[in-house]
Ligand binder design. Sequence first.
Ligand code: C2E
Ligand code: CA
Ligand code: CA
Length: 766
Amino acid sequence: MKQTYLIELSLLTALVVFCIFRTLRSRKQIARSVLFVLCSIVIPLLGNIIIAASEDPVICNAGYMLFLLGTNFVLYTLLDFSLQYCSFPPMKRGLWMAVTAILTADSVSVFLNNFYMHCYTLEETLLESGEIYYILKSGPGHYIHLALSAVFLLAIAGNFIWKMTRSAALYLERYAVIFLSIVFVGAWEFYIVLLDRTIDRSMIGLAVGGILLYFFAIEYRPVFLKRALHELLVSNLSDAVFFFDADGVAIYANTAAASLFGIDSRNLADSAKILGEKITGSAFIKNGMRVEKDFRTQVEVGEGDGRKYYDVTCRRMEDKRGNYLGTFFGIQDDTILEKESRESLFRQTHDQLTGMINRDVFIDRVNQKIAQKTGEQYVMILSDIADFKIINEIYGRDTADRILCDIADSIRQVAHEGSVYCRWGADQFAAFAKRGVITPELLEEEIRACFRPDESGSRIRYPVVIHAGFYEVTENELPVAAMVDRCQLAIAMVHDDYQRIVYVYDDELRQKRLWEQRVNTELPGALASGQIFPYLQPQYSSSNALTGAEVLVRWQHPEEGFLAPYRFIPIFEKNGMIAKVDLHIWEEACRILASWKGTERERLHLSVNISPKDFYFLDLYETFTELVEKYGLDPASLHLEVTETVVMNDAVENIRVINRLRDYGFVVEMDDFGSGYSSFNLLRDMPVDVLKIDMAFLGKTSHPEKAEMILNNIIELAHQLNLISIAEGVELEDQLRMLKEMGCNIFQGYYFAKPMPLEDFEKLAA
Ligand code: C2E
Ligand code: CA
Ligand code: CA
């Protein structure tokens, strides 16, 4: 009998030790507490083994000691376990000390039994098998020990009960299994007491309880909890989830799926159809919702404000052996996020005011079109509002904005399919279209139509003038911004022209502009390095004597070669830089005159040209007087050629300057007389000494006799006004003879000589 019990105990001990090793390897947080419980159970187990194995009363007593003291350890570790398992906050230090004190006191009391016998005495009993067994006869100390154990067990069970009543039904299982293990131990003890057998088998309950505790706390995964959690997770997921089995039958759809697609989750029959139509396309339905590969895609459903954006994940489900199980669909409603990101993208890529795409996006799209290399030819158009700043000031910002929006609307209305357009800048809109669909004439008509009120009266109602630059794209490689620049260039050619609207860019125009820019930037260097210098064209008297020369500027350009004045003078006259050229040439002329002093050539004069702009930019009186003083010249040797424009610009002031120069001793010549709008009245007001008549213009007339008469009269008049007359542009002997007969004084022209370098002239005048 004792033997059977011994075997039972040994087996249980081995099992507990096995559990200890398993627990040691567990990574769970609770493992430590479980380990303590299991280790503490080993002590009373050993005690019981000693009791069962020995027939010596002293050894048996030691076994009982171990048993009783061990149970105290078990109670202690079990309490600690229960607190941890239920995730209670750690017990107050004081309370732990009290618990420890009580258990220690009980243990001391058990130990003192060796002296006072107040707990138990051992009674030798003869078992039916004939073996001797020492049973424990309880004294008051032992009853206290038992009561203490009961209180502890109740407290521990209480912890679990409390936890179970507070926890969600979902977690009940977790606590219930441990609670039931403790109940089992209690029930076993009770059963043993009731049974009242000679051999006390209570230890078996305790050991089994410990093993159960180990199993539930360390090994067991609450199946129900896991499944319930998964179910809960999936059904509460904001993503819609569908599952189709291998035959394409919908077997699961979560709450989100049902509400998102209006499916009754109890009747999933239509799911495939609805899902196929709304999201994934019919290909899946035909294929029994079967997919060959996992995929993820973005889907848009619906129109306008009700448009929805879904992120669809589709997964082919297979078992471990690769058998097809079905298809899983996870569908996330990205509408809010997508709309937000689309809005922010819109803000980044569009003009806030007109809603048109901005410059960067326009450039991208045009480049894309060109990159397609369809062989198509294109045009670039740029519209520009004249004096937009003034419109802003006069009508206010709101109205100006309104105008911009009106223009944008008009562009949208007339834009041809496939064309790209944008708000290019403040008051400029750019459009890129196929050549042929829009011509400058059509564009002009369309822009004019924008200002004619239509039935709804929604056309542009303000007096704005729009100009447009039109560029037929000849070089597709050109950067888009450069294409627009060309339109801008075409518009820039318009100055105060309120009649035409569309200006077509042509390459000549561009070359001209480029040349202008180049010449402007290169002028300072050219002046400093001597690329700009004078040529002299001789002048002769009626007796064929050399009287002097006109000084004409030339530019020896390092790359462009020898430049005649028409290549650069008009450009510099436009922006006033002519003054720099003239100052340089005048100084050169003075230097030449100075070098002639004391030679044969001292009697020759030099005529220099004065541009109308010089009157504006320079103090001519000061300039010329300083020059002749600097070079010690007779002012009469320097002739100043002015044109009639000078008196038309600022008559009073300019005439004053001319008079002062004449008073100082300079000879002033009226250049190009007869070429412009010259009137004889001009001669009355203009204080000059010489009249210079251009033959070239007389030669062009279809009535040579009349021209001759006029010429004759001019020369006559000059004489009467005491002016010297010079004819320039004399090319033919007949011309010369006629001019001589008319009484002209001086002659200049290719008949005598072309303008020439200084050295050549000096040889001529040796
Ligand atoms: P301009 O003052 O009327 O100068 C006379 C122009 O007629 C010169 O042209 C000269 O080469 C050209 N010419 C002379 N004889 C004949 C001829 O028999 N037949 C023809 N067809 N042409 C003849 P160029 O040198 O090209 O100068 C053109 C214009 O440039 C000048 O016209 C003048 O207005 C301006 N210019 C030249 N040098 C200067 C300068 O230093 N300063 C300023 N401000 N203007 C200058
Ligand atoms: Ca001249
Ligand atoms: Ca002239």
